[in-house]
Design a binder for this molecule. Structure first.
Ligand code: DC
Length: 235
């Protein structure tokens, strides 16, 4: 069968299961997995460390200067900011509390969207985020929008924090998730929306394997159609 190296986009709110699902889908396809949220987190970390004022010009400049680099490993993706491994630091609560505000600035988004598009230039990529199917790759071959109940998303965040050995309060996580949902979906620039043509999957009571399988099914469906069209048009 003739396989095309395609782009798979996975968008949705925090805790919907995007990153784990995207990573597994990429592994199964032999594709590159890119966590676009990690890029916004890296800029937020840089801004907090430098004390950059939270305005469009200053943050836009910072975003264009910072070198962000992702490296897939067996344990997951490692993230580097100006060559320093910040994989753990970008998950700290101070970053999580500020990232929605930083990512709402148009110049920050513009700088990162250019890089994300560059990473998808040759296809063979699974990218997750908030605007990947709507803004970064509106012509992606497979687009998915993951959703889940708020209580379930909070439960997942708490479990992740526990796994990392962090002590966090359930009410604090609830406020963070609800606050980020609001900021991410109500901002002017590239808000979180279900992208046109995306398949919505509610992950509340699905296992990761179910989620991965549903997305792989969409990919197989696309490849089948592509093969038929290629046969008839002799591409
Ligand atoms: O997926 P995450 O929770 O690590 O994302 C962190 C923040 O980054 C999220 O609250 C909104 C922002 N983000 C974004 O605006 N656009 C993306 N494509 C990815 C993340």
């Amino acid at each position: 069968m003739r396989m095309k190296k395609i782009i798979v986009t996975i968008d949705g709110p925090a805790g919907a299961g995007k990153s784990t699902t995207a990573r597994h889908v990429a592994e199964r396809l032999g594709y590159l997995y890119i966590d676009s949220g990690a890029m916004y987190r890296a800029i937020t970390l840089a801004a907090l460390r430098k004390g950059t004022p939270l305005d469009d010009t200053a943050l836009g400049e910072l975003a264009s200067e910072c070198e962000i680099h992702m490296e897939p490993t067996f344990e997951g993706q490692r993230v580097f900011l100006n060559r320093e491994d910040v994989t753990v630091a970008i998950r700290e609560s101070s970053v999580t509390s500020n990232v929605s505000q930083v990512s709402a600035f148009p110049k920050v988004r513009w700088a990162l969207v250019q890089r994300q598009r560059g990473l998808g230039l040759n296809g063979g990529v699974v990218m997750d985020g908030r605007d990947i199917g709507s803004v970064v790759f509106p012509h992606a071959e497979v687009k998915v929008f993951l959703v889940a109940d708020t209580d379930e998303r909070i439960r997942r965040r708490l479990a992740e924090a526990q796994e990392r050995g962090e002590q966090i309060d359930a009410d604090h996580v609830r406020q963070q998730i609800i606050g980020r949902d609001k900021l991410d979906s109500e901002r002017q620039e590239s808000p979180l929306v279900k992208p046109e043509g995306a398949t919505e999957i509610d992950t509340t009571s699905l296992t990761i394997e179910d989620q991965v399988e549903r997305i792989l099914e969409l990919v197989r469906g696309y490849q089948k159609t592509y093969e038929l069209v290629s046969l008839f048009t002799n591409l």
